[in-house]
Design a protein around this ligand. Structure first.
Ligand SMILES: Nc1ncnc2c1ncn2[C@@H]1O[C@H](COP(=O)(O)OP(=O)(O)OP(=O)(O)O)[C@@H](O)[C@H]1O
Ligand SMILES: [Mg+2]
Length: 141
């Protein structure tokens, strides 16, 4: 686990994303290849602005892929908002060592805006909307 120094102040954040700890590795290069392919799929009049990373089953790499893709897009200079929409197994707040007291669930259930609930990360251009507290599920649901 590598320690990345924050830009301002002395606080350090623990992260273990390959694209951060070893950006020149072949695996990081593969994430950049995915980024390039997505960029090529985007045309001038139909720019891809939103990506959904999902899969058919558990443990198939959704969280790892989305976090690393967010990093490589941000590193290419694009402003990125990584949204953790996994209310069952949220992990993004842990990956980026953020507070999960408010997030997507807060935006959906209160008047809090996406901007207010989003948090900056130690990576330039990369903000995160964490999942937020798990919503209460009605016992009869
Ligand atoms: N491309 C990959 N190759 C090999 N292992 C991977 C790859 N991507 C992720 N993993 C590993 O697979 C495991 C599950 O990954 P991850 O947590 O990203 O999946 P997930 O789809 O988000 O899971 P969940 O359904 O539990 O949210 C982790 O141990 C991760 O390190
Ligand atoms: Mg996951």
């Amino acid at each position: 686990m590598a320690k990345i120094k924050e830009h301002k102040g002395t606080q350090t954040h623990a992260v273990s994303l390959i694209t951060l700890v070893d950006p020149s590795s072949p695996i990081s290069e593969q994430y950049r290849t995915i980024r390039t392919n997505i960029q090529f799929a985007s045309s001038a009049d139909q720019q891809i602005k939103t990506l959904v990373i999902t899969s058919s089953g558990p443990g198939e790499g959704k969280s790892t892929t989305s976090a690393n893709l967010a990093v490589v897009f941000a590193k290419s200079g694009q402003r990125v908002l990584l949204v953790d929409a996994d209310m069952r197994k949220p992990t993004v707040y842990k990956t980026f060592n953020l507070n999960n007291a408010s997030g997507l669930s807060t935006v959906l259930s209160t008047t809090t805006s996406v901007l207010e609930a989003s948090q900056k990360t130690v990576i330039d251009n990369l903000s995160v909307l964490t999942s937020g507290p798990k919503p209460q599920i009605h016992p009869n649901f």
